[in-house]
Design a protein around this ligand. Sequence first.
Ligand code: PPS
Length: 201
Amino acid sequence: MSSENENVVWHGHTVTFEERCQLKQQQPVILWFTGLSGSGKSTIANAVESKLLENQRHSYLLDGDNVRHGLNRDLGFSDHERVENIRRIGEVAKLFVDSGTIVLTAFISPFVADREQVRAMVGPGQFVEVFVDTPLAVCEQRDPKGLYKKARAGEIKHFTGIDSAYEPPLAPEVHLQTEYLSVAECADKVVAYLLEKGYLQ
Ligand code: PPS
């Protein structure tokens, strides 16, 4: 089948990935935080990013609400729009990795297949899945933005955990049970993983 893209040719770069990593003195990776709305993804990702900065690591945080104000402002919350949301974010995260940057992403990313697709887009070891495991009842009780209340009242449709699915990770690299750990302890656990696996020295 012909496509408009068949005449688009990939350009090689003069400056290489290895040279960018050498310049930054770091091993780039995607830290992919996934969990329900209100689970603590953004809060924990911000705490991890602060620790990376303390360690002189160059990172960038892509956040659900913020990306949906810009790049993905045309997308809603139907299943196929969430799939496209995560596909685009995966592509952006891949570019950040190629730039030599440690990228943190904080999106619900409810479907296993989409997260695994992002993992497959980057090199071995360049995708670390961090499951922010907060039970629905706890998220709903916290309800920091009042969205669960609205969803229960039928004012928001397709709300994750209420009338839209969330598929938990099957084998996340890092599993954070936020009921039992503080934000600081969660961030420490992520950083400990990065140290143990040699992403950080
Ligand atoms: S997804 O599922 O990955 O495409 O979602 P994401 O891009 O992370 O956006 C989630 C934030 O959007 C707000 N919001 C909703 N979340 C879930 N379901 C519905 N229907 C919805 N409508 C708006 C909500 O503030 C989410 O932010 P977090 O930080 O996850 O609470």
